[in-house]
Design a protein around this ligand. Structure first.
Ligand SMILES: O=C(O)COP(=O)(O)O
Ligand SMILES: [Mg+2]
Length: 215
């Protein structure tokens, strides 16, 4: 099971640009990509709250700001976004080895689907769950648990790969082995509780192959 932003796709340029455009509609100042990077990982509502707080915006209706953000982001979700190196090849190799792949992202599921479809990967995933698919989202383990079930798996057979503490906490809590994706947007310390730390997606796949080969 994979997280999306910062794990399969380098989406920061589109996320940050959309945030800047949204802030500009209120006449608010810009935020650099580097300032936006640590704001990603808790879903769009929190991203917008953090963006507004960072520019010290006051008196802005949060729901309206989220609507403006999504209206900007969705149509451009893959303008600058790219798969991280070896992502397609690794997904194909895992499937060829008998793994089911699933997506568990805090991003709204419609936007997640748009991205996977744009990269012709949607059909490779047995389940796609977003931050709005269930009442709970990462770091709540229920998000991971329900996604595993949707993919037809069980926690002991599954591995959660993600670049944020939320991925590690939710995966551990659901009883999965976890791999911290240290090529993503999370700080290195976020991987402390993970079963393993990987420096690239093919490295993560090597852990998975080794764990399940000997069982
Ligand atoms: O929408 C976000 O904040 C991050 O989404 P992710 O769970 O795919 O990293
Ligand atoms: Mg992520």
């Amino acid at each position: 099971m994979f997280d999306l932003d910062g794990t399969l796709v380098d989406s920061l340029p589109d996320l940050a640009e959309s945030l800047r455009e949204m802030l500009a509609t209120y006449g608010l100042p810009k935020l650099s990509d580097e300032r936006v990077r640590p704001m990603v990982g808790d879903g769009v509502g929190v991203l917008v709250s953090r963006g507004l707080a960072a520019v010290e915006a006051h008196g802005i209706d949060h729901d309206e700001a989220v609507r403006r953000y999504m209206a900007i982001y969705e149509p451009r979700a893959t303008r600058l976004t790219r798969l991280f190196p070896e992502t397609r090849e690794t997904i194909e190799a895992l499937r060829a080895a008998g793994f089911n792949c699933a997506l568990c992202t805090n991003k709204p599921v419609a936007a997640a689907r748009i991205i996977l479809e744009r990269f012709e990967l949607a059909k490779s995933f047995a389940a796609i769950a977003g931050g709005d698919s269930f009442p709970a989202r990462k770091p709540d383990p229920e998000h991971v648990r329900r996604t595993v079930a949707l993919a037809g798996g069980t926690p002991d057979q599954a591995v959660m790969v993600g670049d944020h503490r939320n991925d590690v906490v939710a995966g551990n809590g659901a009883g999965l082995r976890t791999i911290f994706a240290d090529w993503g947007y999370g700080a290195a310390a976020m991987g402390d509780q993970a079963t393993a730390i990987a420096s690239a997606i093919d490295d993560a796949a090597r852990f998975m192959m080794a764990w399940f080969k000997s069982e």
